[in-house]
Write a protein that binds this ligand. Structure first.
Ligand SMILES: CN(C)C(=N)NCCC[C@H](N)C(=O)O
Length: 288
């Protein structure tokens, strides 16, 4: 089993993560809190109240976990394609796999990564939603003092299953949309690359960027539900499950609720996934 894909997936994911985290914080706040009037209002209020550091809340755990999460995604995707088509990453340029195989391999990668991602994503979302500024004498204390304290508190209060709150919505979000992610990337690279050659850097950047946008546009409705399920139970439990969360969110806020954070999700997706795929391709070429 080639391990290069796992390592390339890890490094490329970390590059994208740091770049996209501030946008991700704004998105999570817009999806779960109704007090912001829009992207600009949310950004200004985070900056005024919590300083620049407010945008980077909850980033340390994703950085630590990206090694596992992205290497599972890219490694499983590539190895699933190897199983389905009997071609390695380099051979696939000369013998491109069918879109059905790419989709199935992407869905498999998405399905498996969701379970590795679930606890880390939960802790990220909980920390991103803490609006208290950095601790100053006399100022209100945030509920969680950091990622380890957050993980330990959830574990103590809700048991090990609590760490997987929202995991079902996350799996529903990631399984089909990662199929779409890889199909868009491979399809655009194939379209704009001469037969048998490697795609140019510009092609990889554009194809990666659009793969990010296509997958996040389709993922946003379940992303909203996932974030709400993850915040549920913080004080009292409101939703009975994914379907109940969907129905009551639509009842209270209308169908537009499914598009909360769509603009910022798409704006974030382009640069993050452009650099993720560029570093992924270069690392694999570098290792031959
Ligand atoms: C729509 N979904 C869930 C994805 N495209 N997932 C792949 C993640 C890529 C990158 N780390 C990101 O956060 O955009």
């Amino acid at each position: 089993m080639p391990v290069e894909e796992f390592v390339a997936g890890w490094i490329s994911g970390a590059v994208g993560l740091v770049l996209g985290h501030p946008f991700d914080t704004v998105k999570v706040r817009l999806q779960t809190q109704t007090t912001y009037r829009g992207i600009a209002d949310c950004m200004v209020r985070i900056y005024r109240h919590e300083s620049l550091l407010g945008f980077f809340k909850g980033m340390s755990f994703p950085i630590a976990s990206i090694a596992v999460v992205n290497s599972v995604l890219f490694g499983v995707y590539s190895n699933a394609l190897l199983l389905l088509t009997a071609t390695s990453h380099q051979e696939r340029r000369a013998q491109p796999p069918s879109y059905m195989h790419i989709f199935l391999a992407g869905c498999t990668g998405g399905f498996l990564q969701a379970y590795f991602l679930a606890p880390f994503d939960l802790i990220k979302v909980r920390l991103q939603n803490q609006t208290e500024p950095r601790a100053q004498p006399g100022s209100p204390q945030p509920r969680y003092h950091g990622p380890m304290h957050c993980a330990a508190s959830i574990f103590q209060e809700e048991g090990p299953r609590g760490l997987f709150r929202g995991a079902w919505a996350l799996t529903l979000r990631d399984t089909p949309t990662l199929g779409i992610y890889f199909i868009t990337y491979e399809g655009l690279c194939h379209q704009y690359t001469p037969e048998g050659q490697n795609p140019s850097s510009a092609t990889v950047l554009v194809a990666g960027g659009f793969a990010g946008i296509a997958s996040w546009v389709t993922a946003t409705p379940l992303d909203v539900i996932k974030s709400r399920m993850q915040m549920d139970g913080l004080r009292r439990k409101v939703y009975r499950g994914v379907l109940d969360c969907m129905v009551s969110s639509v009842r209270q806020e209308g169908l537009g609720v499914f598009f909360r954070g769509l603009t910022i999700n798409s704006a974030r997706a382009f640069p993050v996934n452009a650099v993720t795929f560029l570093s992924y391709e270069y690392l694999l070429r570098w290792w031959g």
